[in-house]
Design a protein. Sequence first.
Length: 297
Amino acid sequence: MNKFTRNLIEQRIQEVKEKGSKPERKDILQTFIDSIDEKTGSKMNIKEIVSENMALIFAGTDTASNTMSWTLFLLMVYPEVYKKVVQEIRSTFPDQGQSIKYNEARTKLSYLEAVIYESMRYIPAVPSGLGRKVPKGNGIGLQGYKIPSGADVYIFIHGIHRNPKYWDKPDKFIPERFMGEGAADRKRNVFTFSTGYRICPGRNLAWAEIFLTLSNLLRDYDFELPEESQFGPNVIDPETGDPQIMPGFLGLTLGPKYIKRDGWAIVKPADLSSYSTTNNGSVSNAVEKASSRADKV
Ligand code: HEM
């Protein structure tokens, strides 16, 4: 990976040198190559550019893709939410000939936004943030506790998101909490991207990716868990009384633990004819089927 990234960067530097001009559309790589430290006036060396690029690739792929996978999973086990979000998307953007654009989606699909917020709260992709090391010396004092030098300190993002002091019914998946009165405050209490100086710099890009991908996917395709899946709207966790959530595996990000066993969905092209002709909010077969599975609970 290191070598591959380094080769790409060297190739770009060489191309620009030979052509004598930079690419028409300035991309992130060219921005790194051209950037100048305001204080020292120096440019990044190749090792630094490689390292920044790798950080972007690692930080920006699994995080966003896991967030989307968990969201789709949650929709498949909460069919009422699925039905509502699909209705919103398909009745707002019934023309499948036009892909849904981010700005339009973000302003018009308020329920989808609420679903994404709730999914990020319920199952944050980086549940314990990135660690910090207490520097050499005497350690630090934090809220009356002494933390020794060398210790790794993490923010427990998942725990913040399930704290009953700040969340009503924290263990329930309820996208509606991010709509209406008080929603703006609750959105500020979602720490999926961490907070402070080192807050995720890719958060706006992540929102754009997730919004664009989910809005278009959910409009154009129907999703359903296979019959043989160990999960579903009617597979209830006896401890919570809610649909069981597939087990996760925490590397740097949290993804499904048994991807080969649990990572399946039946995906079919959606039939939107009823939407574009009647636009009366009727739903497609797969969504109805998922709801009826839930009704049997
Ligand atoms: C849903 C998707 C994402 C989530 C949940 C997420 C979450 C996070 C979190 C929790 C951190 C740690 C912040 C801290 O140290 O306090 C972080 C850092 C970072 N993220 Fe994201 N991220 C996402 C998407 C992205 C994307 C799309 C990019 C860029 C392509 C990106 C680039 C980075 C980088 C470079 C850092 C390290 C920043 C630093 O060390 O100062 N992330 N992210």
